[in-house]
Design a protein around this ligand. Structure first.
Ligand SMILES: [Zn+2]
Length: 277
């Protein structure tokens, strides 16, 4: 099976599974019309896939093969069992993505790209692919560098990328897991409740829970926040400066990195802010 077909079938299967779970056990009442949000997020996904395929394609996967055949990477310097090298490669890729996410929040130029992801006023599995194409391409270049530096095997890269795209659907899901399941699961993995805190309109909450897959990095680096202050049902999702759905269309989102500061018309009116929360 080709690499593209594998990714596509896996995506369809995971999307279907998470969509069913969301429909059965929703966490929050829907406040924004789903059709418009899904159209915008799917539009971004399409732009991202096309941009990626036209430029770097499966660059990380290919780089891993190249590095392997040329004996590149730190992993070649130390004698380790194959399974351990694979596991270490997977875990270190996840750590690298955690740091990348922290950087995308901390560096103003990178935040211009990443804020598109945070302008979603509601959160569900479709938010998991709401990214600006430039962020996708930058993140791919970064991954290529990590893969080459460490010498991670192509199959570990493919497994990691597949896991991460599945995790993105799951962690953004509007899904209510039983408290005990959530509590046990988040000892190891990022859960929807854990990641929802990161999409809160409150800045301290936005700047927490950066992890994508493994939950340990936030605990280790002091960015872990267990629950949102307002509770999962009442919390406001999104960014304070971008509250008008009519001004968050696909074209505007693609242009957003080039806008320096929020437009006056994005500021919530005194009642609109409360209405959205
Ligand atoms: Zn973020």
């Amino acid at each position: 099976m080709s690499e593209i077909l594998f990714r596509l079938l896996l995506f369809i299967a995971l999307f279907g599974a998470v969509a069913l779970l969301e429909a059965r056990w929703p966490r929050r009442l829907r406040r924004q019309p789903r059709r418009r949000r899904w159209a915008i997020n799917a539009g971004l996904l399409l732009v991202d896939v096309v941009a990626q395929r036209l430029t770097l394609g499966a660059a990380a996967f290919l780089m891993a093969g190249y590095a392997q055949s040329h004996g590149w990477g730190l992993f070649r310097l130390v004698e380790m069992p194959g399974w351990f090298t694979a596991l270490l490669g997977f875990v270190l890729l996840d750590l690298a993505i955690y740091f990348q996410h922290v950087l995308f929040h901390a560096v103003p130029l990178l935040w211009r790209l990443h804020r598109i992801h945070h302008t979603d006023l509601e959160l569900d599995l479709s938010s998991g692919f709401r990214f600006h194409p430039f962020e996708i391409l930058l993140s791919l270049l970064y991954k290529v560098a990590v893969v080459a530096a460490l010498g991670i095997s192509p199959w570990v890269v493919l497994a990691f990328e597949a896991t991460l795209s599945g995790a993105a659907l799951f962690t953004h899901a509007n899904l209510r897991l039983p408290a005990v399941v959530d509590g046990q699961l988040r000892r190891l993995l990022v859960t929807p409740d854990m990641h929802r805190v990161h999409h809160s309109v409150i800045a301290q909450e936005t700047n927490s829970n950066f992890g994508f897959f493994l939950a340990c990095w936030d605990r280790l680096f002091g960015t872990y926040r267990a629950q949102p202050e307002a509770g999962h049902r009442a919390m406001t999702i999104g960014l304070a400066d971008y509250r008008q759905p009519s001004r968050l269309g696909l074209a505007r989102l693609l242009w957003l990195p080039f806008e320096s500061s929020p437009q006056a018309s994005d500021q919530p009116r005194s009642d609109a802010g409360r209405g959205a929360s």
